[in-house]
Each structure stands twice: as C-alpha cells, then as structure tokens.
Ligand binder design. Structure first.
Ligand SMILES: [Zn+2]
Length: 448
C-alpha cells in the first residue's frame, strides 16, 4: 500500500499550489496520506454539491441570501476564509488560468480584468461554465429566489423558511444579541415578501388560517418553483431545541399577538416550535428535504452551544416527521460526532459543507472516516461556496471547497483501505455515493 500512496501536504488546494508556496512558507501542520489511484478516481467524479450560495448573473443579485453575513456586526472570519489566504491561488489558477503564485497588487489587478472579461464573455452561461470547470454536475442553490444563469437541471433551488416561523413581532427576540438585532428585520422583510408573492397584505387572524394561506401556500409555491429542499438558518436566531408544542397553545399565542404586542420569549418559543414541525411536515409531504444549518459560526455573538444537532433529536424522533428527510448542513461542525449519531435515524443525513472551506483537509478526512465507517449512505458532499471577498467569488470558493472535499474523501478512504475496513472496490463505491449517488437518491435526481 505504501508504494501506492503519495504524501500530500495539507493545503486547501491541489498539490501544485502547495509546491509553489516555496520554502518561505511555514511547514504544513500535518500530512495526509492519499492513495494515488483513489485520488484520481475521486477527482473525476462529477459531483452533486449539496449546499452553496451561488450568485446569479444579475448585477446586484439581491435575491441571494436571506441572512447575509455582511448583515452581522463586524467579526473576524476564520483564517482559511480570509481574502489574503494564499490557498485561493489554486482556485484562481484552475478557474481563470492565474499564472502567479502570489497575491501582489499588480497580479490581482490582472485577475480582476480576467474575471470581468470571462463574466462578460460567458454572460448567463457563466454559472454553468463554472460547474464544468469545478466538475460539478448539479449544484443546490440556497436562495430567496433563483435568477438569471441558474436554471435546472444544473442548478436546483433550496429556499429559506425561517421567516415562516416568525409571524409575530421579533423585537424582543432580536434584542438578545447584536447579531439577532441585525438579522431579525431581514426575516420580517422576507415574510412580507412571501406574503406579497401570495397577494396577501395582512397576516390572517388565526393560526389555522396562517398555516393554510401563508405557510402551506408558500411551501407549495416553492415546490412548484422547483425547490428540492428548504433551509432553516434558525441557529443564527435561536437554539435548535424545537420541542413538541400543543396546537391549542400555539393557536392561543398566535391569536393573542398577531395584531401586535411583544410575545414573552417562552410563548414565542412554543409557537416557533410548533411552526418548525409544521413546516418540516409539510415539506416532507411536498417532497422537499429540510436542511438545517449546524456549525459553530458565523458571527461574533453566535451561539455555538445552541447549534448542537443533538438538540434536534426530539424533532427527528417525532413519528409524525418520518416522512421528512433532514440534512444536518455543515455536519454540525465541532459537533460532527453528534451529527453522525443522528444519522442512525432513517431520515437524517449529514454534509461536509463549510468544513471543506474552514477546516484542514486532514480534519475533514477524520470527520468523514468516522461517518463513513457507520452510515456511508447518509453522507453528502457540499462546498458552501459563497462570495467571500472582491476577488473570491462563489466560483473560487466552489473550486477550492470541492478540491478539498475530494482530497479529504480520498484520504479518509485511503485510511479505511489500509485498515482493512473496506475493500478498494467498496471505497470507490462509497466515493461515488458521497460525491453524487446519495444526493441523487435523496432528491430523486435520477443520476447514473
Ligand atoms: Zn451556507
């Protein structure tokens, strides 16, 4: 096996980029061992990217994110996401043919010209052109609405649904942290937009009417618009402990505060808990999976403790929700083992999005191996591609995240082969499942 393995320095990009960092860069913190055959095999799989924030080709792309990070008070990004991380060079090189190893002003000016030229040349075909560069067959797009350049079958919509859980005044909830003070008004705005889409100007007076005319009607509209999943970013706004709430209590709270006033926290939580489960149930009925953000960020006032996937266990164990498939997006981050534990449930999946951009490939490989030893049919690849700076568009994050996702997966499977945990043939099978097959089944994409 040793002769068949290559040692790969830890970096977010490909081997070439690591080599070119030169002797002046500090030595890598750890090594990955990657079987060269497996590495080549995984590198050639056309992926389904389970989680991205891809931009349309509209000039200001206002329909991108329900809770954009630039809506948060100033905080520092983790090192790998920073615009001056030299690992981005690998993405620039692969996507735009950037021929330099550094980030000097002159070279970046040249890069900006190339990016503008390519965007102009490709027009609305630009997003699809990127997918071909990255080796992505299908990209799931977390967006308020799709837009020019983002059409099925290559781009599939995942809509945001937290706003439907927040019909009452969010003033008191928002006052809890500066982050929430910034984000809550965005949810209020999104709910008004959803109502506007339904030609509604006022919230209905009763919960039952709200469920029918606003919640179900919006979910049906999204499904008709091509949504394959809905997304909760709830962890930015509250803990993920969606308890079981009696409908009578929810009805009473809704009716009491829908015309105004500030619901006490305990009351609003009860109503949100009820609505979360209602939305999850309806999404399952309509054939949409439920994606839930679970990670230790982002934001200076974010609650990592409130993002633990174990908090979701009561909802996952609700027999009424077994017709709904859930995906723990970002694999729970620091709680990856907790996320893996939830994969015992027949309807719970995990993805490695964001991890592939924020963690080292060696760390992602460790997480994947843990998951793959137990529930390989439940693990999905995701990049969390997003525009991260003026020179790092979603396309660069997609390339780097996908390269790391492939490399980390190949490393995890290499270890499993070496430990006689899987055969080489089974390792290839699992690689295809993670990079595309599991997602194809989950979303009924019918990919071969
Ligand atoms: Zn994301």
């Amino acid at each position: 096996m040793a002769s068949n393995a290559i040692r790969v320095a830890v970096c977010i990009g490909l081997l070439g980029a690591c080599r070119e960092r030169g002797a002046s860069t500090p030595p890598p913190a750890a090594d990955l061992v990657v079987d060269s055959d497996l590495d080549a095999y995984v590198a050639n799989i056309r992926t389904v990217d389970n989680h991205t924030h891809v931009n349309s080709t509209a000039s200001n792309d206002a329909d991108a994110d329900a809770l954009p990070l630039d809506g948060l008070p100033q905080f520092e990004m983790p090192a790998r996401l920073k615009p001056d991380n030299p690992d981005w060079v690998a993405g620039w090189r692969a996507v735009y043919g950037y021929s330099h190893a550094d980030l000097s002003d002159a070279h970046l000016a040249e890069l900006r010209q190339t990016r503008q030229r390519v965007a102009k040349e490709r027009g609305d075909r630009f997003p699809e052109w990127v997918l071909d560069k990255v080796g992505t067959e299908v990209m799931l797009a977390n967006r308020i609405a799709m837009g020019p350049g983002l059409a099925p079958p290559r781009f599939l919509w995942v809509s945001y649904v937290d706003a439907l859980m927040l019909p009452l005044s969010t003033k008191a909830e928002a006052a809890v942290t500066p982050d929430r003070a910034n984000l809550s008004p965005l949810e209020d705005k999104l709910l008004r937009r959803y109502m506007n889409d339904l030609q509604l100007t006022m919230l209905p007076g009763t919960l039952d009417e709200y469920l029918r005319a606003v919640v179900t009607a919006t979910l049906e509209r999204h499904r008709q618009g091509g949504c394959v999943a809905v997304k909760f970013e709830a962890a930015y706004l509250r803990a993920l402990d969606f308890g079981e709430a009696p409908v009578d209590a929810a009805r009473e709270i809704y009716a009491r505060y829908v015309k105004g006033g500030e619901p006490p926290h305990a009351d609003y939580k009860t109503l949100q808990d009820f609505l979360f489960r209602y939305i999850a149930h309806e999404s399952g009925r309509l054939g949409m999976a439920v994606h839930i953000h679970s990670f230790e960020g982002a934001g200076g006032f974010y609650s990592a403790a409130g993002s633990d996937p174990l908090l979701l266990e009561p909802a996952f164990n609700d027999p009424a929700l077994r017709g709904t498939n859930f995906v723990i997006v970002h694999g729970g981050g620091m709680y990856a083992q907790h996320a893996g534990a939830m994969a015992w449930k027949p309807n719970v999946y995990v993805d490695d999005s964001a991890m592939v951009l924020i963690y080292s490939p060696a760390k992602v490989a460790g997480v994947l191996r843990d998951w793959l030893l137990q529930h390989p049919q439940k693990v999905l690849f995701g990049s969390d591609a997003d525009a991260l700076g003026p020179d790092i568009g979603w396309e660069i994050a997609a390339w780097n995240g996908t390269a790391t996702g492939r490399r980390a997966l190949a490393a995890a499977l290499t270890t499993m082969i070496r430990n006689n945990e899987v055969t080489r043939e089974r390792a290839r099978e699992i690689a295809t499942m993670v990079m595309r097959g599991n997602a194809s089944k989950l979303y009924s994409l019918g990919l071969k």
